[in-house]
Design a protein around this ligand. Structure first.
Ligand SMILES: NC(=O)c1ccc[n+]([C@@H]2O[C@H](COP(=O)([O-])OP(=O)(O)OC[C@H]3O[C@@H](n4cnc5c(N)ncnc54)[C@H](O)[C@@H]3O)[C@@H](O)[C@H]2O)c1
Ligand SMILES: O=C(O)C(=O)C[C@@H](O)[C@H](O)[C@H](O)COP(=O)(O)O
Length: 538
């Protein structure tokens, strides 16, 4: 039975707004709200000033600690603490344990003058009796360092309405975080406004940041630029050609030239904002400038969120083919800000569902159930009308798909074996993309590629027709293609022999042997390879 812990705990100085904002957070999250001061007075049947007067602060802090610790296990709402509570060692230790369990301790960093005015209006502050402002500032000087060290979320409330501050906290509560292990571990943060974590992920090392983005995501890169500059970074704003046109050596060379001219050192950084093509190029630039500098991906398409931005495959396209030049180079972090989907065209969203479905077929079959249950809403995705329910479905699909990718890349970054399973549907998929001169979207080509792989697996007796038919029915219900007539078998075969999984003259595939489980299929019989191709023709 997992521990039941509060959704959020609010701390801050008297008058910071902990009660009002705490109530608003509880409203947004549709959970209960509790205030530790109110609970103390209810339990002791005595107002706090009288407890201080009759029993002294030491006993009050002991009572307060007991009440708060009682709420940190078993209460799943929002809890606001009295101003001095975190200064008590037992409370501070308990809050640190709460954060380790996934809790959010939000420090409301209010404007001192505003907080003093509010605190002075409320008579229930024994520590702020006469000379309130002077005493408040003395307490502030003592407590602020503790609050800032303890909190895993700091909300600057000046200029925000209580509800705006509350939504900021609720967004953090609703974030999903997927940890990617390996030599250079990092986190993928998924949720609304997670881009607010950018400075935290970049850290204090970089002085200069190259912000690499494309025109269609201008509104999102504008937000990133503001965040970077407000955090004190010297931003080089680099717009690249959109989509595959941006994944070229010419584009990379132009950026290298600019980084040299602007004096980028090995401690500086790159931020990639956009679809998978932009994050691939940004990662490639980061991997190669001075043999590797820090970079953070801010994916803005579904496919980039669930696949391209994570796993460290960086690269460009060349005459020889797609993704044939690049480097395995992992980001310092990935911020999948779901609000950016608010401008994503439906067809681009749909292609991302191809990689989501892939992750369901190869490992997490719950993904397939979620896709089935929400196929209509997903197929008719409208960026201007993302309901809270649909946003929750998308967040779950993104988290689950990223977890599947993280499982494979954490254990096998450089694709020596396990990671190849993520290539399900790609042997045929990449051939289709090439023969379609990249007019077909990646996710669409992979969808047909998965049907091809399912047919091949069926021909060789690994899976039955039902599972092949299920590929077609699920992918069709999501608006994805399941057949292709754009080229001849000989051309496809030649390209499959150039796939990165091929070894010498040996064709290599990844196929299912049951739902949620893939195997390597090396050097399958030539007639089976051709028969499966015939079966995906319209
Ligand atoms: N590195 C990896 O592991 C990996 C994995 C999968 C795919 N990829 C690569 O990713 C690319 C496919 O990614 P993609 O599907 O995101 O394509 P993409 O990067 O070409 O983006 C598709 C289109 O959507 C636009 N767009 C993206 N986000 C938007 C937003 N929020 N609002 C409006 N427009 C937006 C882009 O500007 C572009 O026009 C391919 O190059 C593929 O090779 C890499
Ligand atoms: O990350 C991987 O490894 C994958 O295979 C994920 C794929 O979904 C993705 O399309 C990847 O870009 C394909 O890798 P490639 O090496 O075949 O280009």
């Amino acid at each position: 039975m997992p521990n039941v812990i509060p959704k959020a705990v609010l701390i801050g100085m008297p008058g910071a707004g902990k009660t009002r904002i705490g109530q608003d957070v509880a409203t947004v999250l549709n959970v209960e709200f509790r205030d530790s001061d109110v609970e103390i007075e209810s339990r002791e049947r005595m107002r706090i000033p009288r407890i201080f007067e009759e029993r002294g602060e030491r006993e009050f802090r002991a009572i307060e600690s007991d009440v708060i610790l009682g709420f940190l296990h078993g209460f799943d709402g929002v809890l606001s603490l009295g101003g001095g509570a975190p200064m008590t060692e037992s409370v501070c230790d308990a809050l640190e344990r709460y954060i380790d369990e996934g809790g959010v301790v939000a420090y409301l960093d209010a404007d001192p003058n505003e907080a003093i005015a509010r605190a002075s209006r409320s008579g229930n502050r024994p520590l702020l009796a006469d000379g309130a402002a002077r005493k408040w500032r003395r307490l502030y000087a003592e407590r602020r360092p503790v609050f800032e060290h303890l909190a895993n979320l700091i909300v600057h409330t000046k200029g925000k309405t209580p509800m705006q501050a509350a939504k900021n906290i609720a967004d953090t509560v609703n974030e999903h975080v997927v940890h990617v292990d390996g030599a250079d571990p990092y986190d993928v943060r998924i949720g609304a406004h997670v881009v607010n974590h950018l400075a935290e992920v970049l850290g204090s090392g970089p002085v200069k940041v190259a912000m690499i983005h494309t025109t269609p995501v201008q509104r999102h890169s504008d937000r990133v630029r503001t965040l970077l500059r407000r955090s004190g970074y010297d931003v080089s704003d680099i717009t690249i050609p959109d989509a595959e046109a941006g994944k070229t050596i010419e584009v990379a060379n132009g950026i290298w030239k600019r980084l040299g001219e602007e004096g980028f050192t090995r401690s500086d950084a790159v931020v990639g904002i956009g679809g998978g093509a932009a994050t691939d190029l940004a990662g490639f630039v980061a991997a190669t400038w001075m043999r590797g500098i820090r970079y953070v991906n801010c994916p803005t398409s579904l496919l980039a969120m669930v696949d391209a931005s994570t796993g460290g495959k960086t690269g460009i396209n060349t005459e020889a083919g797609k993704n044939l030049v690049g480097s395995f180079y992992t980001p310092a972090g990935v911020l999948a800000d779901l609000t950016t989907l608010g401008s994503l065209p439906n067809d681009i969203f749909t292609e991302g569902l191809g990689e989501v479905a892939k992750s369901g077929f190869i490992m997490d079959t719950e993904i397939l159930r979620v896709l089935e249950d929400n196929a209509e809403a997903l197929r008719t995705f409208d960026p201007t009308d993302i309901t809270p329910d649909l946003e929750a479905v998308i967040a779950e699909l993104v988290e689950r798909t990223v977890r599947v990718k993280a499982h494979h890349v954490s254990a096998d970054l450089k694709e020596k074996g396990l990671r190849e399973f993520l290539n399900y549907g790609h042997t045929m998929g990449h051939a289709i993309e090439k023969l379609e001169h990249f007019r077909w979207r990646h996710g669409n080509a992979v969808a047909v590629g998965m049907v091809y792989a399912a047919e091949l697996s069926n021909i060789l007796g690994y899976i039955d027709r039902d599972l092949v038919d299920y590929h077609r029915s699920l992918l069709t219900s999501l608006g994805l293609p399941t057949s292709w007539n754009g080229g001849g078998f000989d051309d496809v075969l030649a390209l499959m022999h150039k796939d990165k999984k091929a070894r010498g003259r040996m064709l290599r595939f990844v196929v299912l042997d049951r739902p949620g489980h893939v195997i390597h299929l090396d050097n399958p019989p030539a007639d089976a390879v051709e028969e499966a191709f015939r079966r995906i023709q319209k």
